[in-house]
Write a protein that binds this ligand. Structure first.
Ligand SMILES: Cc1ncc(COP(=O)(O)O)c(C=O)c1O
Length: 452
């Protein structure tokens, strides 16, 4: 396995033996300071880092993938319309996802743009969106000149709270856009039931959820259309890239036509060649060649990530103030990032930023990921634009802007989440122990850290 650094791995067994008695005690729900003297000092206070080695590098490549890329290069067929490599990837990806069809796109963002267009999201419409997401989800709606109306986030699951959806529906609502963030499946049954009751489309943002499962089916195949990203940080990377999956030939033909400048596709045709609107959102063969080579690796990496995540969750649940996410019943996450909820009250008031700095010093890189991005100015810019003012009444835009204040679950999720980077779950089981050890150590010394 490639490593980002070649530092000698600290002998965990040796180190753990010294601290194991204290670790057992600390897991018993006692106060954070009780056995501090018995545990190693945190790195931020001059101790030895819990994890001295690096973490698996990302992305990686194998020599065995090179011939497929060279073949595209030497074929001189680089544009999608002149070769078969993209179509081969589409077939393989659809099969892996259990979808009838797949359309490869230039990116996850363009997969969302295609899907929203095909589900007839038009200027002046509203789309109910998960606010806890990468900004591309908001942008895909805004670029269609529609309003991304935020459902609330369930802080325990980090996904759209289905109970918050119905109160957001207006006569303009056209679609629901749930996000399987970090590869955590949304609770899709209630979301689909609400969509059906109100005749709304469901477009899944599965851009971080390759192979995630809900009730035995893959995320991205549970609504009308599903969108994936293959950007470089993703579990299936090709630098840039994306896909739309779906089970309806009629919808997928429309997607294909729209992403290919409006060219007739399958049963979606007219009297003239360019009878429908479209754009150029096509994938290149170079991207597809790299992607097809990685499908087996995606499956094996996912199994490894799941095993490490399960182990980590079981360990972290023993530590007061650290809460792994809750998944819907009968679902399996793929852990793009590994998030947990941090409660500073159990860490002597140590702020989340300070906790993250202490973890970083232990050799465990983490981040707070998403914040309340709707306060950053992008939404104001959109709703103050000429177009939005033409499309929505001043009352609607004011009520919309005011509604951001009510997203209490999302506020909590943004304030308390700490997430490990996506490569970490590909490491060894002993590396997971280092993460647990680092957090226990920080908790044991949290009072001293808070004062430092
Ligand atoms: C949740 C989510 N939606 C959409 C996207 C957009 O994908 P891309 O970067 O491939 O355009 C991403 C990518 O980071 C994402 O994480």
């Amino acid at each position: 396995m490639h490593k980002q650094t070649n530092l000698t791995r600290r002998g965990f067994i040796q180190h753990a033996a010294a601290g194991s008695a204290a670790l057992t005690w600390l897991g018993s729900g006692q106060g954070p300071n009780l056995f501090a003297a018995e545990t190693a000092r945190p790195a931020l206070l001059g101790g030895k880092p819990a994890h001295a080695g690096g973490w698996p590098a990302w992305p990686t490549w194998r020599e065995s993938w090179e011939p497929a890329v060279l073949e595209v290069l030497r074929s001189r067929r680089w544009f999608r319309g002149s070769g078969q490599t993209v179509a081969e990837f589409e077939e393989a990806y659809a099969k892996l996802m259990g979808a009838k069809r797949c359309l490869a796109t230039a990116s996850g963002t363009t997969a969302l743009l295609v899907s929203l267009h095909v589900m007839d999201v038009d200027a002046g419409d509203e789309v109910i969106v998960s606010p806890y997401t990468f900004i591309a989800t908001y942008n895909a709606v805004l670029i269609n000149k529609a309003l991304p109306v935020f459902a609330d986030t369930d802080p325990a699951t980090l996904t759209m709270d289905p109970a918050s959806i119905e109160s957001r529906i207006t006569d303009r609502t056209r679609a629901i856009l749930p996000v399987h963030i970090f590869g955590l499946p949304c609770d899709m049954d209630p979301i689909n039931a609400i969509a059906k009751r109100h005749q709304l489309a469901v477009v899944e943002d599965a851009c971080q959820a390759w192979l995630a499962e809900y009730h035995g089916r893959k995320c991205g195949t549970l609504g009308d259309l599903g969108c994936f990203s293959f950007q470089e940080s993703k579990h299936l990377p090709s630098g840039e890239g994306g896909a739309v999956t779906g089970n309806s030939d009629a919808l997928m033909d429309r997607c294909t036509a729209f992403h290919n400048c409006g060219r007739a596709t399958g049963g979606f045709k007219g009297e003239r060649p360019y009878f429908t609107r479209g754009s150029n959102y096509r994938m290149q063969h170079f991207q597809a060649a790299i992607l097809t080579q990685q499908l087996d690796k995606l499956v094996s990496d996912t199994a490894r990530r799941r095993a490490n995540a399960d182990y980590l969750s079981a360990q972290l649940r023993q530590i007061p103030g650290v809460q792994p996410v809750r998944l819907p019943a009968d679902s399996r996450a793929v852990w793009h990032l590994y998030p947990f909820r941090y409660d500073s009250r159990e860490f002597s008031g140590l702020s989340r930023d300070h906790f993250m700095r202490a973890l970083g010093a232990e050799g465990v890189p983490v981040s707070s990921v998403y914040h309340e991005q709707y306060f950053d100015g992008l939404m104001d810019e959109a709703i103050e634009s000429r177009g939005f003012k033409r499309l929505f009444s001043p009352q609607r835009l004011k009520a919309y802007r005011d509604s951001f204040q009510e997203l209490k679950g999302n506020r909590q999720a943004c304030a308390a989440t700490v997430a490990m980077t996506q490569n970490m779950l590909l490491a060894e089981r002993s590396d997971m122990d280092h993460i647990v050890e680092a957090i226990r150590k920080i908790r044991a010394h949290s009072a001293a850290l808070a004062k430092a």
